[in-house]
Design a protein around this ligand. Structure first.
Ligand code: MSP
Length: 541
């Protein structure tokens, strides 16, 4: 266990999302992963801070607003309030802040940062000629373009969006990214965990080794003006990625609250999708190095949710709204499923059939049924009060305690590696152990005789202790179900679930004899997938 980190800060971020459209489950996936990490570290006793938000400037958002015949500010206000903030409720995200790049606290400090880089010679004026993809909001090299097909036959298109690129020719400002080629390589070498997973790290290192060019970081207002003014030249606005990356520091007080900034920066882990890894693992640390600010400790690039083998996206009409799933299965199952079914860092295909099968076997029949039958037996055989027990020195009981301790410790190690799937698998060894234990001990047989009543008490107390550990260890993944279980199991006598330190969770025999065990609602009710839902899946796949 990493108890030595208790009291330290754990600052985790998600990318900030473009508000050109409503969220789909790919976006929710990033949010859930960051939230599980934040909650786990909080439960370890760390000062956990989760930041998320919205990326509101740039040509992509401006075009969407124009297509909807509203001003960009009205458009972003509407989407943030109608879609992005509600997403956090839908999937139960406990974020400490939400930053919008149109907020004054962000805009003013982006300008401060830019001015500083300009004054110290890292930004210069030059002329740019080349291609730009609005979908990616990125300048493109020849190698990033492919021949178009269909309506774009005969022209070069962006390899990611399959749409034509803009040809730009303008005078604008450049960031001396090329100066950071060697410093970045040295930094990667000295900090092998900076880019994770390993495959992502290798890709970035070879990209940087091929050489870095200076980066255009402004756009002329003659083309469009939805962005932050370059402070020394108001005929230009800041390139949207330069603006967006800075959210990670403006939100925590860069330029405005030095004490808060120092208490959280450098961020512990920044979670990003692999499509935006280079911005975060190359441009971002170089920007910070130029400003003499330490880079974050880690950039973790996760994989994509695929539908029909392709990256899910709204623009390709494969996006599934998170509420389509949570309305049927609930937010806990959503969170569990995506963290358990896909190794974090790899791509994974989503299907309703897989979700529904796992819900039934792992949540309803596995964890949920274990909780309800244990509590029901305590209520039935001990009049609803947790029985008192002796030393619990039966080897079978001791084995349950040992599995619990190992489950928590293995899960903690896995979270340290951002291996969320491994963490859940480790915790579920305790679910399996308890189910086997009940089968072997046969409490319903022990209940038949007065002489075996003392043993029955030990068995059910052991099960209740196992459930106590499960409630704590699964709380970061399934906050709602575990809160219900905790309330039914403890009668409020052990304090809030969120305040239970993970490092002591497996210390045995914490539940107090005599505690009234209240009735537990079914944690994961049976769901009959309507034919409609099945056929809907096929249509989407
Ligand atoms: N605005 C930029 C990020 C700026 S961060 C300083 C952006 N926004 S985005 O809305 O397009 O994407 C946000 C995140 O959602 C990215 O990490 C991206 O990888 C993730 N996902 C979008 N579609 C996804 C899937 N189909 N699967 C998993 N994650 C996906 O990029």
């Amino acid at each position: 266990m990493s108890a030595q980190r208790a009291g330290e800060s754990f600052y985790v971020t998600t990318p900030i999302f473009y508000v050109n459209d409503a969220p789909h489950i790919g976006h929710a996936y990033t949010e859930v992963a960051a939230d599980v990490l934040a909650r786990w570290h909080r439960q370890r006793g760390e000062n956990s801070f989760l930041l998320t938000g919205t990326d509101e400037h740039g040509e992509k958002v401006l075009r969407t607003a124009a297509a909807n015949k509203v001003s960009p500010q009205d458009w972003t206000d509407k989407l943030v309030h109608d879609s992005w903030l509600p997403l956090l409720e839908t999937i139960d995200i406990d974020n400490q802040d939400f930053i919008r790049t149109t907020e004054p606290r962000h805009e003013a400090n982006v300008q401060k940062f830019m001015q500083h880089l300009y004054d110290t010679g890292f930004i210069y004026q030059g002329s740019f000629k080349g291609a730009y993809c609005v979908g990616c909001e990125e300048y493109k090299n020849k190698a990033d373009l492919v021949d178009g097909t269909g309506e774009f036959e005969g022209i070069e298109v962006c390899a990611i969006h399959s749409k034509p690129v803009e040809q730009l020719e303008e005078t604008n400002y450049f960031f001396k990214l090329s100066e950071f080629e060697q410093p970045l390589l040295d930094f990667y070498e000295a900090n092998p965990n900076f880019i994770q997973p390993e495959s992502a790290r290798n890709e970035v290192v070879s990209f940087v080794r091929r050489g870095l060019e200076d980066l255009s970081i402004s756009r002329s207002k003659e083309k469009f003006d939805w962005g932050i003014d370059i402070p020394w030249d108001s005929s230009h606005i800041t390139y949207v990625w330069f603006d967006a990356l800075l959210n990670y520091i403006t939100a925590i007080g860069y330029g405005s609250d030095q004490a808060k900034f120092e208490s959280l920066w450098p961020a512990t882990t920044q979670i990003v999708g692999k499509d935006i890894l280079r911005f975060h693992a190359v441009i971002w640390p170089a920007m910070l190095m130029a400003a003499k600010i330490a880079p974050p400790h880690q950039i973790f690039g996760h994989g994509w949710l695929l539908v029909g083998g392709e990256k899910m996206s709204k623009s390709k009409l494969t996006g599934i709204a998170p509420s389509e799933i949570t309305d049927v299965f609930g937010s806990d199952a959503f969170r569990y499923y995506f963290m358990k079914a896909i190794a974090f860092g790899q791509d994974g295909s989503f299907s309703y059939e897989d979700l529904s099968a796992r819900y039934q076997s792992e949540l309803a029949n596995g964890f949920g049924n274990l909780a309800s039958r244990t509590l029901a037996m305590i209520r039935k055989y001990f009049d609803g009060a947790l029985p008192s027990v002796g030393a619990l020195d039966n080897p079978a009981d001791q084995q349950v305690a040992a599995v619990a301790a190992k489950a928590v410790s293995d899960a903690d190690d896995a979270i340290e590696r951002v291996a969320i799937q491994d963490a859940i698998n480790a915790i579920f060894t305790l679910v399996d152990e308890l189910n086997n234990y009940i089968t072997q001990q046969e409490p319903w047989v022990l209940a038949k005789n007065e002489e075996t009543h003392a043993r029955l008490a030990e068995v059910l107390y052991t099960c209740a202790e196992g459930l106590r550990v499960l409630a704590i260890a699964l709380a970061p993944v399934m906050p709602k179900a575990t809160a219900k279980l905790w309330a039914a199991l403890t009668e409020g006598k052990l304090g809030e679930l969120a305040n239970q330190p993970l490092s002591e969770s497996a210390t045995w025999a914490q539940l107090l004899a005599g505690t009234k065990i209240s009735e537990l609602d079914v944690l994961f009710p049976r769901i009959e997938l309507a034919d409609g839902a099945e056929s809907q899946t096929q249509a989407k796949n």
